[in-house]
Design a protein around this ligand. Structure first.
Ligand SMILES: [Zn+2]
Length: 385
C-alpha cells in the first residue's frame, strides 16, 4: 500500500506538535481523509516511537520501549511526573539515569531501557513507527491482524512468562490467569448456561456481574437495618440498628434508649441514627432495610400524617438528599430480627446515650446466621379476600 506511508509522513509532522491523538475530519474534507480520521484511533494505538534525541517522546505515556507498551502502568511509585520526556531521564554524562529508572520501574523494564542507546541530539528527531511489523513499516495485513486480535473476545494479551515467573502463591497466579482468560465463575457466565441464574451482581444489584465488574467496578453496598421497640403503651422506647456488608457480615451495631414515645417514633429514631452514622462514616452506597412500610412511605414522600411531616422524617429526608447513594427497601419483620433484638436490648440499658456494638453479642449469633442464610420462618399474612 503506497498511500499510507505518504499520508502518515504528513501526519508525522503534526505528531511532533503532540496532536497525534486528535485527528478530525470536516464534511468538506477528501473522503480519504475522512476514512483515515475514522480509523485514526486504532492506528494511533499501535504507533511506537524510535528514540532519536528523545525530546518529543513522553517517558511515561508513549510507547518507546521494545515491547511497545506504555511505562505508566508499570510505575512503582504513586506520584510520577507525566510531563517527563525521554531526554529528561539522562544523567550528567548523557547516559541513562539508572538510579531514577531503578527507583521507578522494575528491574526487568530497567534492563530493557538501558539496552537502548541513550538519546542524543545528533540522533535527530524521534521517529514514529508501526508496532505491527518488526521493521516498524505499516502494512495493511499487520493492521488487520492487530485489530482483529483486539476485537476477538476472550483473547488475553499478556506476558504469561512474567505471570508464571511471579514469586507469589500459586493459587493467586492461577486466579490471575483465570481472570485474564474470563474463566472466573461470574453470574453472567452462569446465566449463559441457562440454569435460571440472574446475571446481575448480588453485591450491588446494579450491574451484570462480569469479571471486570467483580474485580474493579463493583461498588459494594453497606446494608443498614433499623428498628424500634416500645414497652407497653406510652412506656419507655428504644431503638437499634445494624450495619452489615453485602455478604451479610457484621460491621457494627448500635442501640439507644429513647424515652417515652410510641413505636413509630422509635422506628424513626432508629433509622435517623443509622443514616446519620453512615453519612459520618463516609459510606458511599447504602441499602436501608426497614420492616415499617409506613416509615418507608413517609421518608420517600409517599405519605404524611395528617399533612404534617414529623421532624425526624424531615431530618431523614435531608440526609437522603445528600451526595451519596441510598436505596430504601421494605423487609419483612423476620428479616429484621437481629435489629429487633438490638432495639429491645436498648430498653435494659441505664443510660440514654447511643452505644456502639462492635461485635455481635452471643445471643445474636444464631439470629444473624438465620438472617444471612435466609432461614425460612412461618408468617401469618392477612389476605383481603
Ligand atoms: Zn456489583
Amino acid at each position: 500500500m503506497e498511500f499510507f506511508p505518504r499520508m502518515s509522513t504528513i501526519n508525522f509532522g503534526v505528531t511532533f506538535c503532540n496532536t497525534l491523538d486528535s485527528v478530525n475530519s470536516q464534511p468538506y474534507d477528501f473522503s480519504l481523509w475522512k476514512a483515515l480520521s475514522k480509523v485514526w484511533h486504532n492506528f494511533q494505538r499501535h504507533a511506537v516511537r524510535q528514540i532519536g534525541n528523545g525530546r518529543n517522546t513522553n517517558f511515561w505515556l508513549d510507547k518507546w520501549v521494545p515491547h511497545n507498551v506504555e511505562l505508566l502502568p508499570s510505575a512503582l511509585r504513586d506520584q510520577i511526573d507525566t510531563t517527563l520526556s525521554v531526554i529528561d531521564v539522562l544523567n550528567q554524562d548523557g547516559d541513562w539515569d539508572v538510579r531514577f529508572l531503578s527507583e521507578n520501574l522494575s528491574n526487568d523494564i530497567v534492563s530493557q531501557v538501558i539496552a537502548l542507546p541513550a538519546p542524543t541530539d545528533v540522533g535527530g528527531p524521534d521517529i514514529l513507527g508501526w508496532a505491527g511489523t518488526n521493521t516498524h513499516q505499516f502494512t495493511v495485513k499487520s493492521a488487520y491482524t492487530l485489530n482483529h486480535a483486539i476485537d476477538m473476545p476472550h483473547v488475553a494479551e499478556g506476558d504469561w512468562k512474567t505471570l508464571w515467573g511471579w514469586k507469589g502463591p500459586r493459587r493467586i497466579q492461577t486466579f490471575m490467569w483465570l481472570a485474564a482468560h474470563e474463566r472466573i465463575l461470574t453470574n453472567i457466565r452462569r446465566s449463559k448456561w441457562g440454569v435460571g441464574i440472574s446475571p446481575t451482581c448480588a453485591s450491588c444489584m446494579r450491574q451484570d456481574e462480569t469479571t471486570l465488574h467483580v474485580l474493579r467496578d463493583c461498588l459494594q453496598a453497606v446494608r443498614l437495618n433499623s428498628d424500634g421497640a416500645c414497652k407497653g403503651n406510652n412506656g419507655i422506647s428504644g431503638c437499634g440498628g445494624l450495619f452489615r456488608n453485602s455478604d451479610g457480615r457484621w460491621i457494627k451495631g448500635y442501640t439507644k434508649k429513647i424515652g417515652s414515645c410510641d413505636s413509630f417514633h422509635a422506628e424513626m429514631w432508629g433509622l435517623y441514627l443509622g443514616l446519620d452514622m453512615a453519612w459520618r462514616d463516609h459510606i458511599s452506597y447504602l441499602i436501608v432495610e426497614s420492616d415499617s412500610k409506613l416509615l418507608i412511605d413517609m421518608i420517600t414522600g409517599n405519605c404524611t400524617i395528617g399533612g404534617v411531616i414529623p421532624t425526624l422524617v424531615r431530618r431523614i429526608r435531608n440526609l437522603l438528599a445528600l451526595d451519596w447513594q441510598v436505596q430504601v427497601r421494605h423487609t419483612w419483620r423476620e428479616g429484621n430480627r437481629s435489629v429487633d433484638w438490638l432495639a429491645n436490648y436498648s430498653l435494659s440499658m441505664d443510660s440514654f446515650s447511643c452505644s456502639i456494638v462492635e461485635s455481635p453479642p452471643s445471643e445474636l449469633r444464631t439470629l444473624l446466621f438465620d438472617d444471612v442464610s435466609g432461614a425460612c420462618m412461618p408468617r401469618n399474612v392477612r389476605l383481603n379476600l
